[in-house]
Design a protein around this ligand. Sequence first.
Ligand code: NAD
Ligand code: LMR
Length: 329
Amino acid sequence: MAKAPMRVAVTGAAGQIGYSLLFRIANGDLLGKDQPVILQLLEIPDEKAQKALAGVMMELEDCAFPLLAGMTAHSDPMTAFKDIDVALLVGARPRGPGMERKDLLSANAQIFTAQGKALNAVAKKTVKVLVVGNPANTNAYIAMKSAPDIPAKNFTAMLRLDHNRALSQLASKLNKPVADIEKLVVWGNHSPTMYPDYRFATIDGKSVKDSINDAAWNKDTFIPTVGKRGAAIIEARGLSSAASAANAAIDHVRDWVLGTNGKWVTMGIPSKGEYGIPAEIIYGYPVTCENGEYKMVEGLEIDEFSRERMNHTLNELLEEQAGVKHLLS
Ligand code: NAD
Ligand code: LMR
């Protein structure tokens, strides 16, 4: 018997990430090739944005996706989030050249307060939320704090793009396929302070750290290349990453819902104090996923270099959190 459709809300549906994301969701890449979906698409009320959204929906229709069981356009999160199982919160202002993601904080904080409240009011209490819009960790924190009736663990931020970027850098350094690498972590904030950490990673079962054996490459090349990749793409394209961001969003939610078979992935999730990170900070952690739940990989040894990096990215998150405190009272 066919499965009942799942409802997926996507905000910023007419934006660049939306254009790379929606077709893949409708094709079954997000929730499985046997899982029908209903898309509930949110854009700002602006006439141009709504018209663009209508155009994207015409294209979705023209794909005749067998799994697309319905779609609706919205300008109000209170209708867009009604009864949803999954929320992909993409809609936000992207940064331009020379800006840092935290420069977007005040512009985007209001959006995530309103959307958190709407999720609380009308989404399923089991809704899985992924925040993509930047600054993603703090926006996820704002949405989580604005939705007290939904479990905090259901609010996550996207560090999967950083995880995937780090995988590719390592595969290229070692001249091996990406798929052979396991047990990579990206700790902290989705910002240049993030700490991609391959100390536990293996390739074909062998230690990546031992295979590379170059602390200077780690510190001076690998960590900054991964951390500044978003800016490098903006510099090259004149626009922020879109297809790779959409791909990472698919990876994140698919793994959360369908499981990772024991593989580690990075998710930005609310801390419960693990690894010395204060509770409620949305921090990039290594997790495995099974039966629709993520589980943190605990007990990893944190050396002095790593602790310093992890604190650096934590301090930035604490600063961002202090900057939005007034909005959460
Ligand atoms: P975009 O400008 O092309 O599209 C954003 C869309 O969101 C626009 O169509 C806009 O009208 C809409 N929007 C704005 N406010 C909204 C609201 N309140 N409700 C609904 N829709 C709203 O931008 P994009 O390139 O698609 O990027 C979207 C966001 O994703 C940006 O914040 C960007 O920085 C971020 N991003 C994050 C990652 C990550 O790894 N976490 C990666 C890439 C991009
Ligand atoms: C990215 O990492 O590509 C995105 O967060 C977009 C940006 O502003 O860098």
